[in-house]
Design a protein around this ligand. Structure first.
Ligand code: CA
Length: 229
């Protein structure tokens, strides 16, 4: 499960962000001032930091600079105020990875976070070249092959891509919207019902009992998740 640290002193914004990220299936921690933010941000368990600039104790620029100086290379997204072009420039110079201008849309922020995590994930471990084994299932991403109890099964391209995206993001709940964006892309118009249909077909092929799925779990009203146990 990926862990997000939110450093923001304004309670309303902070709690909204905490809720949003929890809802997206991340582990979330927060800090209410720069000093606490620096301390928590130094922890290696954090995968990404959302950092506000105007903070008590130590401002966001200082937090960012101090983290980088002390060797922390966890991705940082800065929250900058509208019209503060200078904030953005300074932030990026100090080692932030991206910035989002307040007021921002939660969906945009989520997309930025996903893009950055995807980038860092590729460096850590390349799913594209690995073999995933879980319960009775084995997926060879390099060969595009999938086995159930040792027997090869045929998946369509979309089924394979769906499975791959879920495995890449295992431990996190994936919304239908995200699957639409990431697996189908912008060039085709599909409904969330299309996803459910593909998911049903995929489950019929990979699960031992599709009515009681053990590999791909449904999270009611939210989306899907690869089981971790
Ligand atoms: Ca603030």
């Amino acid at each position: 499960m990926r862990k997000i640290l939110i450093i923001e002193d304004e309670e309303i914004i902070r709690m909204a962000l905490v809720d949003d990220f929890k809802h997206e299936g991340y582990l979330v921690d927060y800090a209410i001032n720069g000093k606490e933010g620096f301390e928590k941000g130094s922890d290696a368990s954090v995968d990404l930091i959302i950092l506000d600039i105007m903070l008590p104790e130590m401002n966001g620029f200082e937090v960012c600079k101090k983290l980088r100086i002390s060797g922390v290379n966890t991705p940082i997204i800065m929250l900058t105020a509208k019209g503060q072009e200078i904030d953005r420039v300074v932030g990026l110079e100090l080692g932030a990875d991206d910035y989002v201008t307040k007021p921002f849309s939660p969906r945009e922020l989520q997309a930025r976070v996903r893009a950055i995590l995807r980038r860092t994930e590729k460096i850590i471990g390349d799913v594209d070249k690995s073999i995933f084994e879980f319960k009775h299932l084995k997926v060879d991403f390099l060969q595009f092959e999938c086995y159930k109890n040792g027997k090869m099964i045929n998946l369509t391209k979309h089924e394979f891509d769906l499975l791959k995206y879920l495995i890449k993001n295992r431990g996190r709940v994936i919304k239908r919207d995200e699957l639409l964006d990431e697996v189908w892309g912008d060039d085709v118009i599909v409904s969330s019902r299309t996803i459910d249909t593909h998911m049903a077909n995929l489950r019929r092929k990979i699960e031992k009992d599709a009515s009681n799925p053990k590999i791909i779990k449904s999270i009611r009203g939210v989306g899907y998740k690869i089981s971790s146990k």
